[in-house]
Design a protein around this ligand. Structure first.
Ligand code: ADP
Length: 163
């Protein structure tokens, strides 16, 4: 069985992430989306909240599982006996950062772990969780960026229940 993991912050999940998830789920027999504790980023949602939203957003994809981990991706992959990481590439600006992580993971895993990149569908290339949060913070329309139930959760964080 071919399995892969798709690690990331997913703070929160966007249509860009969901596009990568759906396309990877067509390539692999099993895909585990892993919410990671990224020590370099402060987050709006707790890991539990991010996992819950991802589970809801992927509930119609039978071969997609959602999990969370804290620590190195290589350790998680080893524990699950998975040899492929999936990541999305939006633009050249993602490339340098992603290349470094992919090479580090390959080296640290003793060559056991490879990274597969999917390029973003053009309609989602501009999307990031940070820009979605900024738009919502200033009461903009984020309906083209995230599922409705996720939009509600973001507005709720920033503005309470009045939006
Ligand atoms: P991280 O903090 O690990 O970069 P993110 O949640 O920001 O986590 O992103 C997780 C992965 O999803 C990364 O590979 C990122 O490049 C990819 N990604 C983010 N936004 C999009 C998008 N709009 N389209 C495709 N891939 C995306």
């Amino acid at each position: 069985m071919k399995s892969a993991i798709y690690p990331g912050s997913f703070d929160p999940v966007t249509y860009g992430h969901l596009d990568v998830i759906k396309r990877s789920a067509n390539i692999f027999d099993e895909l585990t989306v892993c919410v990671s504790y990224n020590v370099m980023k402060s987050s709006l949602f707790s890991v539990e909240e991010r996992v819950k939203m991802l589970k809801e957003a992927t509930k119609d994809l039978p071969n997609v599982k959602v999990d969370s981990f804290s620590g190195l991706t290589i350790d998680y992959a080893k524990e699950k006996n998975v040899h492929v990481i999936v990541r999305g590439l939006r633009a050249i600006t993602d490339f340098e950062y992603e290349l470094q992580i992919a090479q580090t993971n390959h080296k640290l895993s003793g060559g056991e772990l490879d990274t597969m990149f999917l390029t973003t569908a053009l309609e989602y290339a501009y999307l990031s969780s940070s820009s979605v949060k900024e738009i919502a913070y200033f009461n903009g329309d984020i309906s083209p960026c995230v599922p409705d139930f996720v939009a509600k959760e973001i507005y709720n964080k920033y503005h309470g229940n009045n939006k």
